[in-house]
Design a protein around this ligand. Structure first.
Ligand code: NAP
Length: 479
């Protein structure tokens, strides 16, 4: 199967005529081909977006809403196809794609279709002198670039608010997981999205992604991916004075206090550590446990992790599927090796998993728990982005906070305690953009989403995204 770009309302082969191999991580085999597009395809997409912009920005809000709703319906109608494609492309368990990824893509379109109906801007009165009102106008052409871990979920999280606010979009999914973005092109055509409003250009970050960021007609960039890539994007976009939103890496702390609900905490901290093979930017990858319950927590945690089944993503009993690619699998294994060199003790896991049958060449790793590491060592400071977590005891709240805040990242944290006063106090002092108390990844799409420090710039979600994709213009009228 050769996937195609979606430009000016049509499915097109890349100008180069070349394709990249698309691997199924669970089998290690090539199963489709992704367009190897370049700046010529990005140019075609920008021209289509420019031609569509005036009409789209002036399209009645209700009409825009109806089109986005039809896009949501279109994905929902083909749920099984989307779920299978997402699991096959990424390696995640089929049941996770069915429960989380694809329903969330549907919700992203419905949420912003409805939000744009209620979006309002401010007015400021100078009594007896003048009245100011703020226009919120679409920025123009938006570049949306997304990663491979939650492919359609994050792709649509950017596209939906950009389109709802009247922008036209040139978007690039990760070349590692292009399939559901391709299916989305078919949905857009069926939903009657006017041509040129959304353009999807597949290919490598170094070619297509870079060409989007460098293009002078693309005025706003929304990017989710690694911190190093974000740095490069910021360096290119800043001298061009583009608006940028960067959602980057994380090394999230999980703080477990002795007064937590023990059983529920163990269960949920396992989920927070190993969902999607630990390949979620929000996964808790450093667990700090109050000394008085450290051994008890460690033993219960490890016992539960040992029950997780690594297996064929198609099997309902699999808790963890395949790692997204062979290079990423090697990167994770090299960190497990590093952890041992740094003095860490592997409590469980630590090895590649070799499955029998159709998955015998797939990329699998055991869920891995490590203890005995200094909180400042590389294993505890650098993002691994896999099924690996560390356990470290702490004595006091201050020490827990010092360790939690010691990394360059600042995306999310979870805190497990029944002491309300402590929970508020710690939430205030954690250097992150998102704090979950006695829960993890509980998402309300209206809330601001994003990180501080090297985890990013700007916020997505709710009004934040609608503000980001619009330019405020103040109009002052003298009375
Ligand atoms: P990545 O390598 O930074 O890639 C992200 C996207 O950027 C891909 O589409 C990639 O294309 C593209 N890209 C690469 N180089 C580019 C360039 N020079 N200019 C423009 N685009 C370029 O990240 P990843 O490995 O796909 O994803 C994992 C990372 O994403 C982790 O660090 C994770 O924490 C982070 N993440 C953050 C969030 C959040 O909300 N904060 C959410 C999910 C993931 P290619 O695929 O061709 O390289």
């Amino acid at each position: 199967m050769k996937l195609q770009n979606y430009i000016n309302g049509a499915l097109l082969a890349p100008t180069s005529g070349k394709y990249l191999d698309n691997f199924e991580p669970a089998t290690g085999k090539v199963y489709s081909y992704c367009p190897d597009s370049d700046e010529r395809d990005v140019q075609l997409a920008v021209e289509a977006a420019k031609a569509a912009f005036e009409s789209w920005r002036n399209t009645d809000l209700e009409e825009r809403m109806m089109i986005l709703m039809r896009m949501a319906d279109g994905i929902e109608k083909r749920m099984d196809e989307f779920v299978t494609a997402e699991s096959r492309d990424n390696g995640k368990p089929l049941k996770l794609a069915r429960a989380v990824d694809i329903p969330r893509a549907v919700s992203n379109f419905r949420f912003y279709a409805s939000a744009i109906q209620h979006f309002a801007s401010e007015s400021h009165q100078m009594p007896g002198v003048a009245i100011n009102y703020t226009l919120r106008q679409p920025v123009g052409i938006a570049g949306c670039i997304s990663p491979w871990n939650l492919p359609l979920y994050l792709f649509t999280w950017k596209i939906a608010p950009a389109l709802a606010t009247g922008n036209c979009v040139v978007a690039k999914p990760s070349e590692v997981t292009p399939y559901t973005a391709y299916l989305l092109s078919e949905v857009c055509i069926a939903a009657g999205l006017p041509k040129g409003v959304l353009n999807i250009v597949h290919g490598l970050g170094s070619k297509v992604g870079q060409a989007i960021v460098e293009h002078s007609d693309i005025k706003v960039i929304s990017f989710t991916g690694g911190t190093e890539t974000g740095k490069r994007i910021a360096a290119t976009a800043a001298p061009m004075f583009k608006k940028i939103s960067l959602e980057l890496g994380g090394k999230n702390p999980t703080l477990v206090f002795a007064d937590c609900d023990f059983e529920a905490t163990v269960k949920q901290v396992v989920t927070a550590s190993f969902s999607n093979q630990g390949e979620i930017c929000l996964c808790g990858s450093r667990i700090f446990v109050e000394r008085s319950i450290y051994e008890k927590f460690r033993d219960a945690f490890v016992a539960r992790v040992l029950q997780l089944k690594v297996g064929d993503p198609n099997e309902e009993t699999s808790n963890l599927g395949a790692i997204v690619s062979a290079p990423h699998q090697q990167k994770i294994l090299s960190y497990i090796q590093l952890a041992q060199e740094e003095g860490g003790k592997i409590l469980c896991g630590g090895k590649e998993v070799k499955l029998e049958g159709r998955c015998n060449e797939g990329y699998f790793i055991q869920p891995t728990v490590i203890e005995g590491l200094d909180f400042l060592c590389r294993t505890q400071q650098e993002e691994i982005f896999g099924p690996v977590t560390t356990l470290t005891p702490f004595e006091t709240e201050e020490e827990a906070l010092t360790m939690a805040n010691s990394v360059k990242y600042g995306l999310a944290a979870s805190v497990w305690t029944n002491d309300l006063k402590r929970a508020h106090c710690i939430a205030e002092k954690l250097e992150v953009g998102i704090v979950w108390i006695n829960c993890w990844l509980l998402r309300d799409l209206r809330t601001p989403f994003g990180g501080v420090k090297s985890s990013g710039v700007g916020r997505e979600g709710g009004w934040e995204a609608l503000r980001f994709f619009t330019e405020p213009k103040n109009v002052c009228i003298k009375q």
